[in-house]
Design a protein around this ligand. Structure first.
Ligand SMILES: [Zn+2]
Ligand SMILES: [Zn+2]
Length: 194
C-alpha cells in the first residue's frame, strides 16, 4: 500500500496478459489523476492514452501509443483560457535487465527504459507525464491575430481598444511627420548643391 506522499503507479501493463506477444490497452487520465500533479495547464475532459505492447524478443517490450485530448492554458498574449489540442504519438522500449535484445529486435536507437529482471509489469506514468508536460508548457495563442493586453491600462484589446492605443498612434504620426520634413529638407539641400 502506498503511504502518504508516496506516488503510486496509475498506468501500467500487466505482462502476464500478453497473448501471442501482444496486448492492446486503453487508459483514461481524468483531471483528478496524480499524473497531472504540477501541470500548469488544466485538463477539463479526460485524456485518452491508447497503447499497444509487443514482445519481439525475450526481455524486450515495445510500447507504441497515442495520447489524445485537450488541455486549457492562458493565452500568452491576453491570458484568456485557451484550448491546447493534444495528439501525441509515443514509442517506448522497455528492456529487461540481463537479457540482451536479440539482433534484429526493433529496439534500434530508441531510449530504453530498463526493467528489473523478471518484471511482471511495465509502468507508463513517468513517460506519459514527461510528454504531457512537454506538450503543454508552450503557452497557446487564443487566435493568430490576438492583440493582447494594453501595456499601459491593462485592458484586453480583444474586447475593444483603449485611449492609450490612440495616443501611441498619434505620437507615431508625429514622429513620421518629423521624418518626412527632414527628408524634404535633405532633398532641397542636395538639389541646391547640384
Ligand atoms: Zn489572446
Ligand atoms: Zn490602454
Amino acid at each position: 500500500m502506498a503511504g502518504p506522499g508516496v506516488y503510486s503507479i496509475v498506468m501500467f501493463v500487466d505482462l502476464s496478459r500478453l497473448e501471442d506477444g501482444r496486448l492492446s490497452q486503453s487508459f483514461e487520465i481524468d483531471r483528478e489523476s496524480p499524473i497531472l500533479q504540477g501541470l500548469e495547464a488544466e485538463i477539463h475532459e479526460p485524456l485518452t492514452f491508447d497503447v499497444e505492447v509487443r514482445n519481439p524478443s525475450g526481455g524486450t517490450y515495445v510500447v507504441t501509443g497515442r495520447l489524445t485530448g485537450a488541455a486549457v492554458a492562458p493565452c500568452r498574449r491576453c491570458l484568456t483560457p485557451t484550448r491546447i489540442p493534444i495528439d501525441v504519438p509515443l514509442r517506448l522500449v522497455y528492456q529487461e535487465a540481463g537479457r540482451e535484445a536479440k539482433p534484429g529486435a526493433d529496439s534500434g536507437d530508441d531510449d530504453v527504459v530498463w526493467l528489473e529482471r523478471g518484471a511482471k509489469r511495465i509502468e507508463l506514468d513517468a513517460q506519459v507525464r514527461d510528454r504531457l508536460f512537454l506538450e503543454t508548457e508552450r503557452f497557446p495563442i487564443c487566435r493568430e491575430d490576438c492583440p493582447g493586453i494594453c501595456p499601459h491600462c491593462g485592458r484586453n484589446l480583444n474586447e475593444g481598444s483603449c485611449d492609450c492605443a490612440l495616443e501611441t498612434v498619434d505620437s507615431r504620426w508625429k514622429a513620421l511627420e518629423g521624418l518626412g520634413s527632414g527628408i524634404e529638407q535633405d532633398r532641397s539641400r542636395s538639389s541646391k548643391g547640384e
